[in-house]
Each structure stands twice: as C-alpha cells, then as structure tokens.
Design a protein around this ligand. Structure first.
Ligand code: BES
Ligand code: ZN
Ligand code: ZN
Length: 527
C-alpha cells in the first residue's frame, strides 16, 4: 500500500518569510483584495492583474508570478520562489456550494503546484469567506490533499520525466481566522482526504495486487494502529455460518473469500450504525462472462469495500460521539473456474432463503445479502448503509455525476442526501416498490438474482437487497457511476474517485437517533 506521506501543517510565521516554492492567496471574485497584512507588492500585482482583466478571482482562475522581481526595498521581501493567486468565485448563497468552492480552489492549487514541481507550499486562508473557520480549513485541506493524489507505484521512475510533481508539505497560515479552529479543520480535512486517497490506492491496484487477502490484512493493520477491532471470517467460518452467497460467487476463483469485520465502539448504550461495502476484487461476470472491452475496469468492483474500510479508519482517527459503527466487507473474485456457479443453480443465502441464479454477473447482491443479513442479526443496528458498484444501469440513469440512492426509510434517506451534499458527493434517490420486486419472482426458488429483462436494473438490484434487511432502516448507494471516471474536478482525477468515504464521515459525525417513523418505499422524495 502506497503511503500518503504528504502532510498539511500550520505555519505560524509571517507569510513573507516563508522560503518555500509557492505562496498562495485565494481571492474572491470581484473583491480585489488580499488578507489585511499581505505584502504591498502583492497587492500591486493583484491590482495590475485585475486592471488587465487577467485575474478577477473567478472560480478556478489562477495567476502565477515571481515575487523576486517586485522588490523595491520599501518592505521586507517576499521569500517564496513563486506566488499564486487562485480564484474562489463569487460566494454562493448555498453553504454546500461554498464548501465546494474551497475544495475546488484547493485542487487548483495542488495542480498548479504540481506543474511547477513545488515541494513546499504555503496557503494563506481567506478571511472573509462566509463559513466557519473550521470548515474553511477542512474543505481547503481536502481539496489540496485530494488534488495532490497520484498513483505510480508500477511506473519505473524516469529522471527526465515531464510529469507533474507532488507536493511534499502544504503549510496553512490562518490569516485572520482563529488558529485553533483552523488547526482542527485542517486535521479533520487531512484525515478524511488521506482516507479517500487510500481508497483510491486500493482501487487503482490491479486485480492481482488487491485480493480478498489484502482487504483482510489492511483491516488487521488499521485495527493494530487504532481503537478499531478487526475480525476476519475466513472460508471455513463462512461455511459454518451458511454464507451461501459469498461462497457461491467464490466457487470459480482460486483465492479464498473472506468477510472483514471492523468495529468502532463507544458505549453499549449507544446505537450502532452498520456499513457494508461490496469488495469484489475482480468481476469477470463468471460463467455469464462480460465482453472483453473495458473488462479491466472490473478491478474497481471493490470500491464499496474500499470506501467502508477507509471510512472506518477515518472515523477511528477523528472519533465520532454517541454512536457505534460496524463495517463489513464481503470480499471475493467472480471468475469462471471449473467449479464456478452456473445459471440455473440454486443456492442459499445466510438465513436460508433459496436463490435461483439467472445471471452469474449479478454477483454483488449475492455477497451483500449475506453480509447485510448477518450484520443485522449480529449487531441489531439502528441503521444500515451499503455501498456497491452494483449495476451498469445506474450509469445509464444518472451518468457519472450522481450516486444512486435507494432506501426503505425516508428520514435516513434525507440524511444521506444531506451528507452527500455537504461532502460534494451528490446523490439521487430512486424508488423501490412491489411492482419492481415482482421481476425477481422465481418459479423454483424463493427469489431469483436477476430479472428476465434489463429494465429498472438498479431498482431490481436494490429490491433484492431489501429482502435481506427486513424493517431495519436501510440506504443502498449504487456507486457504479461515481466510483471511477466521476465528474472530473480539480480535486478528482481520472480513475477511482474514492467516493462515499467523506459522505459516510459527514453522516456519522452528526448522528442523532432516527425518528421512529417508518418507510414509504414507493415514494422517492427529492430534497
Ligand atoms: N459490477 C457490475 C456492475 C457494473 C457494471 C459496475 C458496469 C460498473 C460498470 C455488476 O456485478 C454487474 O455485472 N451487474 C449486472 C447485473 C445484471 C446481470 C442483472 C449489470 O449491471 O449489467
Ligand atoms: Zn457482475
Ligand atoms: Zn460486480
């Protein structure tokens, strides 16, 4: 696993004494002014850039220059090698959009720093942005660290590379904001963004570099380093428990499956929230093999599992109050070896329900159903959230811009929608209902694993999962469209995005007991 060694630190001195590679001032659109104590020489550049129409603080605009040329001997010189003004855009009325403006600016800073191969960067925080200081620091830090992400462990290093560099340390100067609040926000932003980068690393690893055993090892490793408890149910434990879904999908693979269990415990008195993530480390489709074009992307079929395991890590590092959190990652490959599951086979999920296999490529629901049923029985959670790259159909419906959300509980759905919006990871609710569930009626078993046509594929997949959650409030996030090649942004590169980690963290940080009110599964209410 690649270590994310970049750090973000507070800088206590005068920004003009910072002698690193790049000194950065975020600037709001139409407000041509820098933090009150900024050097006069930099004010002059800003005014000139403004007058020339080159830099107006517009969203993602950037102006890079060399302060060494500005020294008139009338004030202590700026020591940094370069200065960057970066536009924040106009302050939006919506607080979540303002959060996003800061993340985007952080991503632009990381990108510009990469272009000039800056190793040490100092960012002076904006003083007039209408957001709590802790949030300004958190969101900007998220943008910096996420925008600085690279994955290159398999590339042989080349001296003459013209690839962008990677920043070693981002320093933050609190400007006119309270330093303690900025330190707190910076720490939270760094922990969350590093968790997302780790989820991206797991996903970027090829199928032969990230197998179920790697999920198990990583779970044990983070448990050693934190207050988390980790238990790994191996193949024989899964057999004893009757986890027929995970075992069936695993039949065609030479590698054993596992179920990774991570527990974050505060107090017995507190409710438990259960997180479940699909950890399919490669999905060939099995006997119903996928077409070869693009099949390599199916190494990403473990992104739900990566989101859950790294969210657990972030939760343990930042701490959340008043709630226990349990994370489950069912992990296996879906291959077409000689013992592979076949269409027509009948299997039994955990709990005994029989399933007629129609399509071996609809395997995610089989491994999730075991984990959901087992997790609910064992931990009696107040709420369950699962994340999975479950259906190609969600990409047809929502593209790569929104995660699909399906739920049996309106209040929980609303909370996820709000958490996603706060984290800049938008979600969109789709309906459930008996008319869709009917598509899964089997002639020979209790249920079949796929409908006979492809209509409403995302909904029927969720209907399958719903069978295994009973009355427990539950939200399913179909991240097949957003886990990779997600809406490209300054802080979201091509490839895996690490989506879900920050949404889960935002949800759990604000956790309050759920209202008793139940569900109206047919009504998809948008915010
Ligand atoms: N892992 C895939 C879903 C997927 C497809 C994610 C494309 C990202 C991009 C899943 O296991 C799958 O193959 N689902 C099938 C279900 C169908 C056979 C009922 C699908 O969506 O085609
Ligand atoms: Zn599949
Ligand atoms: Zn799959």
């Amino acid at each position: 696993m690649q270590a994310h060694t970049e750090s973000v630190r507070m800088f206590g001195g005068d920004p003009r004494e910072f002698n690193g590679d790049l000194l950065v001032y975020p600037v709001e659109e139409d407000i041509p002014h820098l933090a009150a104590n900024a050097p006069r020489s930099l004010h002059r550049v800003l005014q000139q850039g403004w007058a020339a129409g080159d830099f107006k603080g517009k969203k993602e605009q950037a102006l890079l220059f060399y302060p060494g040329l500005l020294d008139r001997g009338d004030e202590p010189p700026v020591q940094a090698r370069r200065v960057l003004f970066v536009g924040l855009g106009k302050q939006d009325d919506n607080i979540d959009v303002r959060r996003e403006q800061l993340r985007l600016a952080g991503g632009v800073i990381a990108r510009q720093a990469g272009t000039v191969k800056a190793a040490e960067v100092l960012v002076v925080l904006p003083g007039d942005f209408l957001l709590a200081a802790v949030e300004i620091a958190q969101c900007l830090t998220e943008g910096l660290v996420l925008g600085n992400y690279r994955f290159d462990p398999y590339k042989t290093p080349r001296e003459d590379s013209d690839q962008p560099g990677r920043v070693a340390v981002f320093h933050l100067h609190h400007g006119t904001l309270a330093a303690t609040a900025v330190t707190e926000g910076m720490t939270r932003g760094r922990v969350l963004a590093e968790a997302v980068c780790t989820a991206r690393d797991m996903a970027n690893q090829p199928g032969n570099g990230w197998t179920p055993a790697e999920f198990a090892d990583y779970g044990k490793k983070i448990a050693r380093q934190s207050t988390l408890k980790c238990k790994v149910l191996d193949k024989s434990a899964l057999q004893k428990l009757g986890m027929g879904g995970i075992l069936a999908v695993n039949q065609g693979s030479a590698l054993p499956p596992c179920l990774v269990v991570l527990e974050y415990r505060t107090s017995r008195k507190h409710p438990t929230v259960l997180l479940v993530g699909k950890g399919l480390t490669f999905d060939s489709g099995g006997i119903c093999v996928k077409p070869p074009a693009g099949m390599e992307d199916m190494k990403y079929d473990m992104c739900g599992g990566a989101a859950v395991i790294t969210a657990m890590q972030a939760i343990a590092e930042t701490g959340v109050a008043g709630v226990n959190v349990v994370g489950l990652i069912p992990a296996t490959e879906n291959l077409a070896g000689p013992a592979a599951l076949k269409p027509g086979d009948i299997i039994r999920q955990y709990g005994g329900r029989s399933v007629e296999i129609i399509n071996t490529d609809a395997e995610g629901r089989l491994i999730l159903a075991d984990a959901l049923a087992y997790g609910i029985e064992t931990y009696k959670p107040e709420a369950v959230i699962d994340l999975a790259t479950l259906t190609g159909a969600v990409i047809i419906g929502l593209g790569h811009h929104r995660t699909g959300l399906l739920a049996n509980h309106d209040a929980l759905a609303e909370r996820l929608l709000a958490a996603g919006s706060e984290a800049g990871e938008p979600l969109w609710r789709l309906p459930l209902g008996p008319e869709y569930r009917k598509q899964l009626d089997s002639r020979v078993a209790d249920i079949k694993n796929a409908g006979s046509d492809r209509s409403a594929g995302t909904i029927t997949a969720a209907c399958y999962l719903q069978e295994f959650v009973g009355d427990t409030p539950w939200v399913h996030l179909d991240i097949a469209g957003t886990a990779w090649d997600c809406t490209e942004k300054s802080y979201i590169p091509k490839g895996p995005s690490g989506t879900g980690v920050r949404t889960l963290a935002a949800l759990l940080r604000h956790w309050q007991p759920l209202p008793a009110a139940g569900a109206s599964p047919g009504d998809a209410q948008q915010p």
